[in-house]
Write a protein that binds this ligand. Structure first.
Ligand SMILES: [Zn+2]
Length: 177
């Protein structure tokens, strides 16, 4: 993180009305503390850190369509589920969301685009956390070549190829019937 990001730390609002922001074409940039993300923080070995946020809010020309898009980034230190050692995990999300007011309908629905219904001000950190969790791997692991456990994985695979596949036993049982 460069010092310019640190200088802006804390300037992001806690809660936002994304449609209001879109009405005036707002741009939010800065950092949020990882500690403000109760679902993501426990998985981080470091326990602290910053999430980089760069979000633009727009109203499309002529039409009443509100958009939010941008980049979110966090560097996490997590446990590799293969070797149980620490690893770096870079998460980046590029949300692109159509915002609609509660009770209003979207005229044209492009199924590729996410829609967020806004009925009250939203927690910015919860919104950012939601988007980043979508990018989180179910089972974080080193690339196999960089994982200290790679030799064990290769050995296991070798055993399997020599016929210790448990399903081979099932095959035998079928034949004897
Ligand atoms: Zn590993």
């Amino acid at each position: 993180m460069s010092s310019s990001w640190k200088a802006r730390h804390g300037q992001l609002p806690e809660s936002i009305d994304p449609i209001q922001l879109a009405e005036r074409g707002a741009h939010l940039t800065g950092t949020l503390p990882l500690k403000s993300m109760p679902r993501m923080a426990p998985g981080s070995l470091a326990g602290s850190g910053d999430i980089f946020v760069d979000l633009s809010f727009e109203r499309s020309e002529g039409e009443k369509i509100f958009l939010m898009h941008g980049i979110l980034h966090v560097h996490l230190r997590v446990t590799c589920q293969r070797c149980l050692e620490a690893m770096d995990l870079e998460l980046e999300a590029s949300p692109s969301v159509i915002l609609i007011k509660a009770g209003e309908r979207l005229v044209q629905n492009d199924s590729d685009v996410d829609v967020l219904v806004v009925d009250k001000p939203l927690s910015l950190s919860a919104l950012v956390e939601d988007e980043l969790l979508l990018e989180m791997p179910m089972v974080p692991m080193h690339d196999l070549n960089q994982c200290p456990a790679k030799s064990y994985v290769a050995r296991d695979r070798g055993v399997g190829e020599k016929g210790k596949n448990p399903f081979a036993v099932l095959g035998k049982m079928k034949k004897t019937r």
